[in-house]
Unconditional design. Sequence first.
Lengths: 373, 854
Amino acid sequence: MSAPNKQYDPVEVAVLSPDEVTGMREAALAAIAAAGNLEELKAARLAHAGDRSPLALANSEIGALPPAARAEAGKRVGTARREVSQALAARQQELEAERDQRALVDEAVDVTLPWDRLTRGARHPVTTIAERLADVFVGMGYEIAEGPEVEAEWYNFDALNFPPDHPAREMQDTIFVAGPDGADRAGVVMRTHTSPVQIRAMLTRPLPLYVVSPGKCFRSDALDATHSPVFHQIECLAVDEGLTMADLRGAVNAFVEAMFGEGLRTRLRPDFFPFTEPSADVSMECHVCRGASTRPGGEPCRVCRSQGWIEIAGCGMVNPKVLVACGIDPDRYSGFAFGLGIERSLMIRHGVTDIRDTLEGDVRFSRAFGMEV
Amino acid sequence: MRVPLSWLAQYAALGPVLPDAGDVARRLTAAGLEVETQERVGHDISGVVVAQVTGIEELAGFRKPVRYCQVSTGSGGPVGVICGAVNFAAGDKVPFAQPGAVLPGGFEIGAKKAYERMSNGMICSAAELAIGEDHSGILVLPPGAPLGEDFVAYAGLADHVFELSVTPDRGYALSIRGVARELATSYGAAYTDPADADLPADVAVVSPDVYPASIDDPTACDRFVLREVRGFEPATPTPLWMQVRLARCGMRSVSLAVDITNYLMLELGQPLHAFDAAQLSGPVVVRRARPGERLETLDHVVRDLDTEDILITDSSGPISLAGTMGGLAAEISGTSRDLVIEAAHFSPRGTARMSRRHRLFSEASYRFERGVDRELPLRASAKAVSLLASLGGASAVPGCSHASVEVPAVAISLPADYPDRVAGQVYGHAAVVRRLREVGCEVTEPAGSGPGPHHDHGKHDRGSQTLTVVPPSWRPDLLNPSDLAEEVIRLEGYENIPARMPRASAGRGLTGRQRMRRAAGRALAGAGYVEVLSHPFVAGTDYDRLQLPADDPRRTALRLANPLSEDEPLLRTTLLPGLLRVLARNAGRGSADLALYEMGLVFRPRPSLPGVAPILRVDRGPAVAEVASLEAGLPDQPLRAAVVLAGDREPAGWWGEGRPAGWQDAVEAAREVLRVSRVPFRVVADQHAPWHPGRCAAIFVTGEQGHQWLAGHAGELHPRVVEAFRLPSRTCAAELDLSVIETAAAAIGPVQAPAVSPYPVATQDVALVVDALVPAAQVEEALAAGAGAGLLEEVALFDVYTGEQVGQGRKSLAYTLRFRAPDRTLTDEEVTAAREAAVAEAARRTGAVLRGGS
């Protein structure tokens, strides 16, 4: 069995003595701890853990020891090197974290700075509220029906049981479209309400029929804070077997609660529309004060003018004459209709006080409503 | 219609203590007579008593007559009062406001020095007591007025007045008679019909002594009654009670004769007219006007009559527009002593047409067109005559002239359960019959179903019986079962109708078009555009401002017969004028960076069609051809979307410069809408007003069978248009026909998912030099076509260069081509081949040359 280097130089291997190794380790650890940045740590790594570092050199001397001493010395040097290496890794991590931290702090910005580099768009509140109103009905199974804004007088009046020359026709100040020859009366009008869509729906759709029709209407009203010659209505029409005023009330209630708030009560009172019989106007409990303004000591309410109720809609059972004019058998089918002004809804629900704001197209007005109401 | 509670209570027995006015208002409204306002009147007057003027001293030396009167209230000595009126004499009874009195409006009366005398109160005019407009003189009271009595109590001034909004179907409610009936029903109180009260026994007796009358046209008038009085005292003052009631109803006191006719009209609802007998000649005939006839009406307007006008005539010609306004010539004056009183029933439609034709709206025409009780003329005229006799000292000529046309009574067959079926609530046979009788109907039950234990088979059996209902003469609006059902349901109370949860029907949700429209609106708003809804009325000059050529179809617009403004008599054929006006308004209000959009209909007449729609019958559904005839009267009404932009599209800010809105933004807005629709489209250069001829894009969509449909235009507006509409410089616009796009989109099925390849992308850049006039879109199309299907993933233009390096009239377009295969990594050879094919196709189609190549 050969034993290389049986003869070893005690001076040469003094570096493997416990004291020496400990000293090297301590020096290394101190240098690592003292490294204030990654550059210094890199130097410390080179000096204390590199190929020419004391511990590396000491390690290479182990072979010079007698076999009996190698294990112990190897263990000693190995432990020291491991400790140094661990310390290096830990310090590396620390310093890297510090460096990253510093860099991110340097990169911090003012996140409150505005960045509205595109002008802000908006949909018109009349459009969005009309969609919302329609969607309440769509949710109840109605479909959206549409019709033209320039309409045949027959659809707008006659079929809806407005007899010629009846004062009811005059209640709706009609804008007439002149005939091609310039005649004042050509049987063509700017529709005064969305009700002609009812007639179109009854003539074209199969029964039973549940439709809702939002749309633009026109009357020769003078423009003021609460009247506009161009305005929007939405109305629903149901024609089915066995429909009654109880169904109408149910639909009205469901609609009011969906649009203005849970639990709001409604009230029907007799009214007159030629196309419904019986006819009623619909008031709802004020959604703001819920009637509190009418009780003794109650705060005055601006929305309902302390009446407790707000008139919101007209409704009724479809006049059998209207069904007849549409070729529907009134002995088999009955129907109800229910309609309201969209601008009025906007005024009630959103506190619009001047209807002209909805017409003028001032971007400041519409932008306040954004994309949804 | 203004109604005082005291007058209603005269005919509705509401009890010795009148109900609370708020409750009365609530009940009237619940009965369908909406109370718009209620006013407490007379309660604000105190300290006014009946007094007597015992002495008058005329004070001289002032600019107007002034009297110092001694006024006695019966207790204590007379007091001195200054008065500026001279219409009274010593001994007259007057309303006297004592010191401390309060007059309407909180006006307090004190003792004060005036005209060098001590004035201890005030002698009042009717106006000062809010019972009329007359403040020209003192209100002189009848000699029998009790001295010292509180004037408010004496004149019955304390009252509640309700202002009713009466719907046009309920003419009967335009009278105390009708309103009192509703109130009596609501309170379950006894009702006295004023039309039946105090009638002479000979109300229907016809006498040859009365001025003769006849009806020439039975379609114009079905009842005409004349009565006469002689020796009327025209100067007789109207009694205070009548003045008060007229004033409470908002009617001016004119003269006793006129006041009596007005009073009875208010009470009964029957318009009455008084002629001066001395001004009549020959028999009175009701007829239609003859061609060329004219009449000067009470308002001093000479009216050319239409042959449809209904006239009251005598041998001299027209003397009155029936039920609308009297003629000046036969009108009673302050000296008329012999009067002819007319009461009639004119055609509602005839009076309505006449009143509109002449733009004459009177209390009489208002009532006639809403329906007057046909049974009133005999009675109302009799009451008029007796009031003229009792109040005005006239003697009545007995009997009347009575011309009448037979009108058959309406009998309606009503299944007794019909109101239940309308309401969704069981009222029962008995309630239905009772309510109809309360309305005034005669109800006949089928034989064997009369009330009584032997015939009562229970509610439901009897519910299916059919009642025969004859509505009362004052309800011409009740014509069919649904009218009667409404009466029952109304009187039973709308508040008692149950609410049933809505039944779900099988709705299909929004249509594709509806969804697309919403999505397009959201896309534009999301892209920074603000929606506006401009009104559709435009001026003919708007089309000049848009620089439209003379033959441009957009100049063919519908004209309104009665436009809101004479300046804007046309309907828009494009959205732009309205939208541009809104843009200018916003700019004027200080908003500089503007991007607006509108979606709305435009109106395009169809010259090949009649443009006139017939009025179809309504007693059955229209035939297909009839519906088509209606549509032929209407214009095309396509839905358009338009945008306009001015100022910065991207405003300047702390980040630096802004970017002005340009033609590119307008075209991109159009692309935005088209992307929503998923319709394939092409952008091509065009020259089209109102756009800048060098900065205008036309957009075509691919429709049925690959046809290219013009969908709209986009770009920068022509500078002259900008100037004409006073817009910010370089305003841009786009307008698209959504109806065209929607039609094209209807043929497109659901989106098919792409195959997303996991293989690497190969990118190649090419710079192509083309003639400057070659549109980039064409080069891009050619590259895409040349590269072949399957491998080219994307073509992106990253640079456009013009300058010396490419030569005059040429430009360089630099593209990045991204290639990728679905199933493998592409080899360099494949990529190169695809690129070369793409470039070759571009060269073939557009003459493109690789930049730097030979």
